[in-house]
Design a protein around this ligand. Sequence first.
Ligand SMILES: Cc1cc2nc3c(=O)[nH]c(=O)nc-3n(C[C@H](O)[C@H](O)[C@H](O)COP(=O)(O)OP(=O)(O)OC[C@H]3O[C@@H](n4cnc5c(N)ncnc54)[C@H](O)[C@@H]3O)c2cc1C
Ligand code: FES
Length: 351
Amino acid sequence: MELLDLIVTEVIPETREANTYVLQCADGTPVPYEAGQFLTLLIPFNGHEVRRSYSMGSAPGVDVRLYITVKRKENGEISRYILEHWQVGTKVRSLAPSGRFTVETNPKQSRHYFFLSAGSGIVPVFSLIKKILTEEPASHVTMLYQNHDETTIIYHRELEALEKKHATQFTRVDLLSHPMLHEMPSRRMNNGLLEQLVGAHEPKPFQHRNEKPPTLFYTCGPPSFMRMVQFTLRVMGYAEEQLFREHFTIPVLPPPTLVIDPSPKKVQLTYNNKQYEYEVTYPTTILQAALNLHIELPYSCKAGRCATCTAKCKSGEVKMSNNEVLTDKDLGQGLILTCVGFAATDVSIEF
Ligand SMILES: Cc1cc2nc3c(=O)[nH]c(=O)nc-3n(C[C@H](O)[C@H](O)[C@H](O)COP(=O)(O)OP(=O)(O)OC[C@H]3O[C@@H](n4cnc5c(N)ncnc54)[C@H](O)[C@@H]3O)c2cc1C
Ligand code: FES
């Protein structure tokens, strides 16, 4: 398994509940990553290792230093541990950056991007916004960011600076459910407000053509926020291909109910230029069977949500019990999620 040995080089308080941690490789080598991706940290906790993923708020090509921002989750074990214990010099192990909440920019294209986030959902969104503003000067970015009050806004000063620097390209709308300043309206995102805000900020048609720039939506926030945004945008007529999401929570999956012949199947696996061969029997997943044999494949959520365990099925058939990240195009290219992937025939898999 490709592991990174990282070290905390600076701790920056963001709000009462969130800190930014600047990280670098202990041996000084750069960490290659894409804007919007996350690190999966392997944290020793109470005698065993737990995994938690944290998005990078930094953007390569814009920020010199890589950083993550951790917000305390109420009664959350690991976020509290990090906020209470991590300091300059803390060493931390991580899987290589992964995730598909990314954007391909092109300096010649003109698009309209909406970013909808709440709380710590701003972290990957901030990274993507910086990338787009820097690399796509003809595109427009509208950010709708929900918070409790003025003091809970993460990256407050950086967002203000970005707004000034890219005044014609970047529109920032802060929604506060409990503003401290009386002149600020109290606003909480719901279907009606979202429809109204998207309508107000939708792109105008290009000057010489009667068509609008393509509009894309990127969403990251608590589950109820994500569900509401997804539902409303679909009702408004936006297509699934225009909507991108990053989930921070891991669902508890019910036992799989796929119809798969329960006889053992052969898995031929290529990972890190090594070949492995093993058997797997439904309902054990391709990932779990490998982990049981101490083949250290990368994974994080084990629930079909984060894409850390993505591989390519080169031959045979894999059925998945859940998939919240791979697109139809990915599936067409043979990509699978091994954590929720079951071998329906003998298969050949390549990471
Ligand atoms: C792709 C991704 C990016 C994220 N980015 C950020 C970020 O930028 N900032 C931020 O503050 N938070 C982020 N999170 C949330 C973060 O990973 C933790 O879930 C959060 O800090 C709460 O963890 P906790 O241990 O404090 O809470 P707890 O309530 O103790 O844990 C939450 C529960 O979620 C489950 N869980 C969460 N992650 C995993 C995992 N990797 N493997 C197995 N089980 C898991 C566990 O069952 C655990 O009981 C992200 C999550 C994901 C999936
Ligand atoms: S480990 Fe997250 S999708 Fe498989």
